[in-house]
Design a protein around this ligand. Sequence first.
Ligand code: ZN
Length: 339
Amino acid sequence: MYGAGDVRVETVPDAGLVETTDALVTVTRACICGSDLWPYRKMKPTALGVRMGHEFIGVVAAVGADVRTVKKGDVVVAPFAWSDGTCEFCREGLQTSCLHGGWWGGTELDGGQGEAVRVPQADGTLVTLPVGRDDALMPSLLTLSDVMGTGHHAAVAAKVARGKTAAVVGDGAVGLCGVIAARRLGAERIIMLGRHPDRIALAREFGATDIVGERGEAAIERVRELTGGVGAHSVLECVGYEEALLTALSIARPGGAVGRVGVPQDATIPAGQSTFFDNVTIAGGPAPVRAYMDELLPAVLEGRIQPGRVFDRVTTIDGVPDGYRAMHDRQAIKVMIRF
Ligand SMILES: [Zn+2]
């Protein structure tokens, strides 16, 4: 990506092993993320450009001398952050804060929206999938890189539990996966705040029981009506704009919790006083999806959840620039790239 609206497919030097803890992965599936749309909207023009993509599945082509848990030929999924798996934060299941980890793409590392990736800290980062490279479950397995794990994180941070009412702000891929997660964790009512008919239809299939198409004050009023005037126990904020966060904070009931996974696009926390007096817990952050794979991978493999349904468009590498445009224009929920 060279700047807002400027995505190019280019030939670059081949990825290769550098450190003894690296793996080289030939990418078989990747995708475009809602968070890739932030720079697509506002990145300043640059001369060198940055490599894009942080969600991918591939086949291990080579490993460094110190790699133990993956081997050549393994089909692997990568979380959206890489991590050593051994530091104090990784051991606590918070791999996004790994002391020796980092993020894909940019100017230093390969991105997932390319044919091959050098994976640092391969043992801590990659998870081997017990399926072939073209298994029918690939779309759902690919969501474990980010959106399914992130929706799950929102639900965990919002303390979704059996019999509770959950509300999901945002009908993008993460919000839709948040519905899957809320249902999986036992929420009795799931209120989806969104207004795109195709996304609402999918939300209902995933388990949303109520739909709120209003925005702002009207949406807050509608959720209050639906919840006996008090609000939801658990609110999943899956957008990142101040208006979405204000809505999320305003529909949490006293003592409720807000799980925020939308990357904040504004510097302020709104509703500071009302959430203080209502003792509302606000938690969340980048999802440690590497930690959640242990729990979510069996659910996908056994067919209990189908988060891969968020992909409503498939392209080749050459179609990636148009894929960004389609997601930006809301013509696609999420675009998968097949190699
Ligand atoms: Zn670590």
